[in-house]
Design a binder for this molecule. Structure first.
Ligand code: ADP
Length: 164
C-alpha cells in the first residue's frame, strides 16, 4: 500500500492545498494530511480548528485522513510507517526552502523518507493562507480562495477578535 503524509500549517486550508490533496489522493492509496503544531509560528486557528476544517473539506475523499503532529516530521512518519512526504511548489521562492527541508529529512532519516513535489495548478499559484487571512481581515471576498465554510470561520474568528 502506497502511503504519504502531506504536512503543513493549513491556517486555514485553501483551494491550493485541496488541489494538491486531490491530486495526491489519485496517485497514493492513502494520504494523511497532518497539521503541524508549530510552537515557533503563531497561527490564527488552533490545531483542532484546522483539523476540523480539513476533515470537512476532504470528507468526500475516502482515502484521505486528517491528523496532527508535533516534533520532527521524520519521527512522525516513522511512527506511521510512511516513507513519502508530499509538498506543493508555487514558485521559485518555495523551491529553495522546500529543497533544503526535503534534503534534511532524507539525510536525518538515513534515506528512509523521500519528498514528492506537486507543482501548483496555475490558477492557485498566487494563493497562500497568509494572503487569504489578510483579505478576510479587511472583509474582502475570499470565495475564490477557500470553501464557504472556511470563509465563514475566518469572518467569525476576526469578528470574535474584534479585528485586532
Ligand atoms: P507551511 O507548511 O510551509 O507552513 P502551508 O500550510 O501554507 O505552509 O502549506 C503546506 C504545503 O502546501 C506547502 O508545501 C506549500 O508550498 C503548499 N501550498 C500552499 N499553498 C499552495 C498552493 N496555492 N498551490 C500549491 N501548493 C501550495
Amino acid at each position: 500500500m502506497k502511503k504519504a503524509i502531506y504536512p503543513g500549517s493549513f491556517d486555514p486550508v485553501t483551494y491550493g492545498h485541496l488541489d494538491i490533496i486531490k491530486r495526491a489522493a489519485a496517485i497514493f492509496d492513502e494520504v494523511t494530511v497532518s497539521v503541524l503544531y508549530n510552537v515557533k509560528k503563531s497561527s490564527l486557528f488552533s490545531v483542532d480548528e484546522r483539523v476540523k476544517m480539513l476533515k470537512e473539506a476532504t470528507k468526500d475523499l475516502p482515502n484521505v485522513k486528517v491528523d496532527s503532529f508535533s516534533g520532527l516530521l521524520i519521527d512522525y512518519a516513522k511512527s506511521k510507517d510512511v516513507h513519502c512526504v508530499i509538498r506543493g511548489l508555487r514558485a521559485i521562492t518555495d523551491f529553495e526552502y522546500e529543497l533544503q527541508v526535503s534534503q534534511t529529512n532524507h539525510l536525518l532519516s538515513h534515506g528512509d523518507l523521500d519528498t514528492v513535489f506537486f507543482t501548483t495548478d496555475l490558477q492557485y499559484s498566487y494563493l497562500s493562507s497568509s494572503s487569504v487571512k489578510e483579505i478576510a481581515y479587511f472583509q474582502g471576498d475570499v470565495s475564490p480562495c477557500v470553501p464557504d465554510f472556511v470563509a465563514d470561520a475566518l469572518e467569525a474568528k476576526y469578528a470574535e477578535q474584534d479585528r485586532k
